[in-house]
Ligand binder design. Structure first.
Ligand code: TMP
Ligand code: ASP
Length: 237
């Protein structure tokens, strides 16, 4: 697949046009940012590992009947994806209290939620991705009512499927951020699924295997990404 001009550059990825207008190349970088890019760094080989993990998780979800933008992995850092118009809503699904939820509700990190919680954030860096609700989504026309209910149902299903998949690999899916895109009128799960966009905790020890190690200056960041990749890309026992 011939790579053409750069279409979009994000904090961790680039999107390139190809000779086929229906598909793009998603390129994974090692750049890491936190707190809306106030903190910047590099996680060695992150791009390679996130590309691999996203491939495995997108393939698994496709097998389970969840439509995604994933077409195929091209090489270490590139995957072919269906060209989408990204819905400007970041959907967060949570199974345990952590991160901004712990702060917002004054609850301890690690508390198991009686049922998953879904949250929505307006994907707008200039505004620091504020939390929004159904009324804001209607007012801003970010998605139709029909699209939003489809997005929410899919997010809960993806969360349940990945929670089980990861549990079999000794990983607790604490929470995750999902993005959706429109492709010829159909909603597809888009972006990436990896330790940048999910919280992964070791099932036995609770050790963090995700980007919180970078966000919180905990050290062992590369090792955590390697270990998450090893578990996710190896068939469950
Ligand atoms: P939060 O607890 O900071 O709101 O994060 C919830 C989940 O969303 C967590 O798994 C990390 C992911 N996330 C992103 O993918 N991008 C972001 O910009 C932020 C803030 C969180
Ligand atoms: N996406 C965040 C940033 O804007 C990073 C994060 O906390 O995941 O830098």
């Amino acid at each position: 697949m011939e790579q053409r001009e750069l279409l979009y550059e994000g904090k961790a990825k680039q999107l390139y046009r190809t000779s086929d207008p229906d598909v793009l190349i998603q390129h994974f970088k090692d750049d890491a940012t936190a707190f809306n890019a106030k903190k910047r760094g590099t996680i060695v080989d992150k791009g390679i590992l996130n590309n691999r993990m996203s491939e495995v998780l997108f393939r698994f979800l496709e097998e389970q009947g969840v439509p995604t933008h994933f077409v195929r992995r091209l090489n270490d850092r590139d995957m072919l994806v269906r060209a989408c118009e990204i819905v400007k809503i970041e959907v967060v699904a949570r199974n345990l209290v952590a991160g901004s939820l712990a702060k917002r509700l004054g609850k301890p990190e690690g508390e198991l939620l009686p049922e998953p919680i879904l949250e929505h954030f307006y994907k707008d860096d200039a505004l620091d991705d504020p939390m929004i609700n159904d009324w804001h989504i209607r007012y801003l026309k970010l998605a139709t009512a029909h699209e939003l209910s489809h997005i929410n149902e899919t997010a809960l299903r993806v969360n349940a499927l990945l929670r089980e998949f990861l549990d079999q690999r000794e990983i607790v899916l604490v929470d995750m951020k999902l993005e959706f895109g429109r492709h010829h009128g159909k909603l597809l799960l888009a972006d990436e699924i990896c330790p940048d966009t999910c919280r992964f905790w070791d099932k036995q020890s609770g050790e963090k295997l995700d980007k919180d190690r970078f966000r919180r200056d905990m050290g062992g960041v590369e090792d955590a990404y390697q270990e998450a990749t090893r578990r996710i890309c190896t068939a469950a026992a």
